[in-house]
Write a protein that binds this ligand. Structure first.
Ligand SMILES: [Zn+2]
Length: 120
């Protein structure tokens, strides 16, 4: 699944890439079972946006969205804008760096904190 995400990221360069991870939540652990790649409606190297119709299609699958993935052209740490959107979308956010392929996950409680990614 990580390989898929990184391939998606590389295929969208130089723009940021975006995807939704669908799956299940149990005991505070989020398990991703399906990746839905979407396009970056912002066509930007430094930010992303999701087309409402594409977002609707993701919701329409009727599965739980366990994470939002996007890539950065720099370190895999949330930007201020990401932190703002994390408030509106309180799921773990996965960020990959297109510089070094690093993948990290974050949640927003009172502040943004990193959580562990377990690759199975
Ligand atoms: Zn970002």
């Amino acid at each position: 699944m990580v390989k898929e995400l990184l391939e998606h990221m590389r295929s969208k360069l130089p723009y940021e890439s975006v995807a939704f991870l669908l799956g299940s939540t149990e005991n505070g652990q989020f398990t991703a079972e399906e990746i839905v790649e979407v396009s970056n409606a912002a066509h930007s190297r430094v930010e992303f946006a999701v087309d409402p119709q594409e977002l609707f299609n993701v919701y329409n699958k009727g599965r739980e969205i366990v994470s939002i993935f996007h890539s950065h052209p720099g370190p895999a740490v949330p930007s201020d804008l990401d932190a703002f959107y994390m408030k509106l979308n309180p799921v773990p956010w996965l960020i990959a760096s297109s510089v070094n392929g690093e993948l990290r996950a974050y949640v927003l409680n009172k502040k943004v904190s990193e959580i562990k990614v377990i690759i199975i």
